[in-house]
Design a protein. Sequence first.
Length: 431
Amino acid sequence: MRASAPGILRWCLDFPKPEAAISLQQLTDGLLFQGWLLLQDGVKKAQMYVRHGEHLATAELSVCRPDVIEKVLQQPAVGHMQLQCGFSQRLALCADHAVVGFIIDGQQFDFVDIRIESTMKVLQGTFPWLFLDNDTNQSVAQFTGKLTLCGQTLNDWKQYLDALATLQQQGRKLAALIAPTKEMVYPQYYPHTPAQNTPVQQLREHVGASAILLYPAAELACADQRSFRYTDTHWTHHAAMQVSVLLAVQLGLDVTAVNACFANDQYVERSVCGDLGNKLFPPREAPEQLLCSFNYKQYLRYDNGLPNFGRVMLYENDNALSPQHCLIFGASSSYSMLNYLVRLYAKISIVHTAGNVDPDVIAAIVPDSIICQTNERFIVRAPVAHYSLANTIQEKLADMTAASASELKLASASKSGATHHSYFHALLSKG
């Protein structure tokens, strides 16, 4: 920050203040730049300016500031020749970096450097790649080996997978999917060096060869189409299709028939932002190939409307490849796979539990196949095979106001078709 310049006696930028919390709405609607400038004798013309990106916005000294005259110059404000020493302008910024300065008799002097940083950190990889940073699961520390799995966590994972194997032995077709992080699939674009032994590598070595566990990092890394979105933590539609095929084959469907279901799919390129691009200012977009010839949402029969954990949805498609009912205990990566799984299974029940298994749900809906999906960065805490979806729903509804909980129930009921299982009614009524 510059202290002074020829012709300037004193100055101050009142707003924005250093380290101030500013909303995205303020940035897009107009950030307030306000302050004052006192000049030395002989200056003919002065203006304040804000330079952001390729734009230069100026403001005149047109605001009366008697407080400045009286407190700084310690002179009477009435009739003072510099009474109009203030400036005030709202400006919608187009970049995350701005410079505030003054034009003194035609010459520009930069004074204040302003940088806008999100409280949610984003790692800048090789352009245009963005990666997650500063998350509660410490994904950077996992990748670099600073965070590893302790013996208890590894044993908890072993118990969880053993419980899934028991379900499989009871006649269930079952797959446990760990959705890889994009940095494990594309480490060449990541700004950190990978460790020799990351948590997911620890886990795979500890549990040994498993017919249940699917971790498709290698398959996604060598795929014909890019597997992860540039500005998002999630995989692309093409990758969702590829993993859906891997899952379906593991669950016993014929690979030729499965691939035929998606052979005529059409994609369109669109510029999208994503959950990482949205954390930057201005939000960053990147081109992505999006499936445009099919939309799974038309097959929705039930949705309880809860955000994240505790959400329950049911999809039905009479024209699906298989008449089976597939139950998904999933996380966020499961949602984009619905575009493909809905065409493979006549009935899909998806419960957002991040891989945690609720035996009561299995007993209630009696699925033919089960997918347990979690995300790689979550593996620092092992899922459990004794999860209670009913308790999660009760806790979420209890945290809501009575009005919002009632609205949620009404919205859920309005989305429910006559064909959805009575178990979901029972769960909702417990709230």
